[in-house]
Design a binder for this molecule. Structure first.
Ligand code: ASP
Length: 326
């Protein structure tokens, strides 16, 4: 069995640079050499190094190209794929990959919270667990996954919820799908998958989607003329999907021109659809044309909306897709 490992940088691949802080520069040979037990996994690991960057510098296009390369690797016989990258944007890249991934073979994202130069780096354990999951029959059909801290998270539900802890990745609405226990991959829940989206990597360059977080006493000064520069907007509202009443007509006006998706800034749970009635509440915003994002976090909703717009979806297509994905 062959597993292909794509390295993309991040803390897991960082090394010192003469006292000026660590930078991403290790490749797959160094990463795999640091993993006790990897040789014991019953799989041939094929390394494909790509330019190492902090995950802040990743782009939709680069991830879509990576998914296309992973797809080709599977077509050529790989049983699974692992991607090592920075953790900062991993919840977005893994979700993007999940939307595009058509295969049953596992596409597993991992990284590290502690870099290789400090005591107790978590990269080697995370990489070993990720390879085990990528090689596991039981992990087939789960789409893209994030494997860190011996937990297996669906890319669709995972988020980074701590800046430094090794247990930074959580799935607030579902919990992990499974665990790696004494080297054995245990899958405890199998969410239904949605059909993959077809998006040309270059198409992402033609679409911009903004994210606006509602904050206390927000006067919306950032919003005028937003539709001149962006093709879509995600609003991270308070709680169940509320914004200051004064901004409701502003978002409604934008929704007449571009799709505007309403999500919750809380980090867990869903926006509501028919509970509150004040100006700026979820029912008011729906009346003004905002699309409910349901359980999708603001970051995930932005990834989905950019995919849909890059694929050429019109308003009804965007609404239908959000109805299916939220
Ligand atoms: N800043 C790093 C990155 O995302 C953090 C990490 O890898 O955990 O590249």
């Amino acid at each position: 069995m062959r597993i292909v490992l794509y390295t993309v940088g991040g803390t897991i691949a960082m090394a010192g640079s003469g006292g000026a802080g660590v930078v991403a520069r290790l490749g797959g040979a160094e990463l795999t050499a640091a993993v006790p037990g990897l040789a014991g996994v019953d799989a041939e690991l094929v390394v494909r190094d790509t330019e190492p960057v902090p995950s802040a510098d990743l782009t939709f296009r680069r991830i879509a190209e990576l998914v296309a390369a992973a797809d080709a690797a599977v077509r050529d016989g790989a049983a699974g794929v692992v991607v090592t990258q920075g953790t900062d944007t991993l919840e977005e890249t893994a979700y993007l990959a999940d939307l595009l991934w058509q295969r049953d073979e596992p596409l597993v994202f991992t990284g590290a919270m502690r870099n290789p130069t400090i005591a107790g780096p978590d990269g080697p354990a995370n990489l070993l667990a990720a390879v085990r999951v990528a090689a596991a029959e039981v992990a087939r059909g789960l789409g893209a996954l994030a494997v860190l801290d011996d937990e297996i998270h669906a890319a669709r539900f995972v988020r980074k919820a701590h800046a430094t802890a090794t247990g930074a990745f959580v799935s607030p609405d579902t919990g992990p799908l499974g665990h790696v226990i004494e080297g054995r991959v245990r899958v405890l829940a199998r969410p239904a998958r949605l059909p993959a989206l077809a998006v040309e990597p270059a198409a992402f360059d033609r679409v911009r989607v903004a994210l606006h977080t509602a904050t206390l006493d927000d006067d919306g000064a950032l919003l005028p003329h937003l539709a001149d520069r962006y093709q879509g907007l995600v609003v991270a509202g308070y709680g169940v999907g509320h914004v200051p009443g004064a901004l409701a007509p502003v978002f409604g006006g934008l929704a007449e021109t571009i799709p505007v998706v309403l999500t919750s800034r809380t980090g867990g749970g869903s926006v509501l659809a028919h509970t509150y009635g004040a100006i700026g509440s979820e029912t008011d915003l729906a009346r003004r044309g905002l699309i409910g994002g349901g359980l999708l976090s603001p970051y995930r909703a932005r990834v989905l909306l950019r995919c849909l717009l890059a694929a050429g979806a019109e308003r009804t297509g965007v609404e239908a897709a959000f109805a299916a994905h939220r």
